[in-house]
Design a binder for this molecule. Structure first.
Ligand code: SF4
Length: 224
């Protein structure tokens, strides 16, 4: 089986609770969504079989935190993930899945070989996409078999009632699940966005134990 891979590189994780750690990134081509703030509109890809991809990963040695399966949406290529994830773990490497948190059936087929799930909640007022609450709920239920944290991208357009719903959903499972708010600074009115996101953090902090605001560090540092 071949996978469509947009790029492979080693860099520093720029988002979420593992920000700052070295990872090897496997960026899968293609996504099931079209978020209005998307910064990865990928136009090209190469095809890799699992042994070719393992050769590439092996070139980076072992001295880093984990292999990030990112995208796009890597779970669109879940049949290939079923092949490659066990091979990565057999090398003694951790697997870190970056996902939009929607394709729960596909997740259930690969969760046994994932160590960390970095999932998004896609709020309609942020993404311009439809609501995905049932999908996010099913996805989080499966992801909780492993380590998981939730990320929400906040724009000026983000609605508080959708943030409320996100907090309730996380709390209904476990109030210790980390929640990260990530501001999207490509828009104007930055001061408005900063105060909005601080309000959301304070609100979430009343119901959840592990809430943070994290910027996209790789963009600030100008690295990939
Ligand atoms: S889910 Fe991620 S990769 Fe897909 S469109 Fe949204 S931001 Fe872009």
């Amino acid at each position: 089986m071949k996978a469509k891979i947009a790029e492979i590189f080693k860099s520093t994780q720029g988002e979420g609770i593992y920000q700052g750690l070295e990872q090897v990134f496997i960026r899968f081509f293609g996504c099931n969504l079209k978020c209005k703030f998307c910064d990865t509109p990928l136009a090209t890809y190469s095809e890799f079989g699992s042994s070719d991809l393992m050769d590439k990963i092996t070139e980076y040695g072992q001295n880093y935190h984990s292999v990030s399966l990112t995208g796009g949406e890597p779970l669109l290529q879940h049949e290939f993930l079923k092949e490659i994830l066990p091979l990565i773990r057999q090398k003694g490497l951790k697997t870190y899945l970056e996902t939009n948190g929607i394709l729960h059936q596909e997740l259930s087929g690969v969760i046994q070989d994932i160590d960390i799930v970095a999932m998004d909640f896609k709020l309609p007022s942020s993404t311009g996409m439809p609501v995905f609450w049932p999908e996010h709920e099913k996805f989080l239920r499966i992801a909780l078999k492993k380590e998981v944290f939730v990320k929400i991208v906040v724009l000026n357009s983000t609605r508080e009632r959708e943030v409320h719903r996100s907090i309730s959903l996380i709390r209904s499972f476990n109030k210790d699940i980390p929640l990260v708010f990530q501001p999207e600074f490509s828009e104007m009115k930055q001061q408005e966005l900063i105060s909005k996101i601080q309000n959301y953090k304070n609100l979430a902090g009343q119901y959840l134990n592990n809430v943070s605001i994290l910027l996209q560090q790789h963009k600030l540092e100008g690295i990939k």
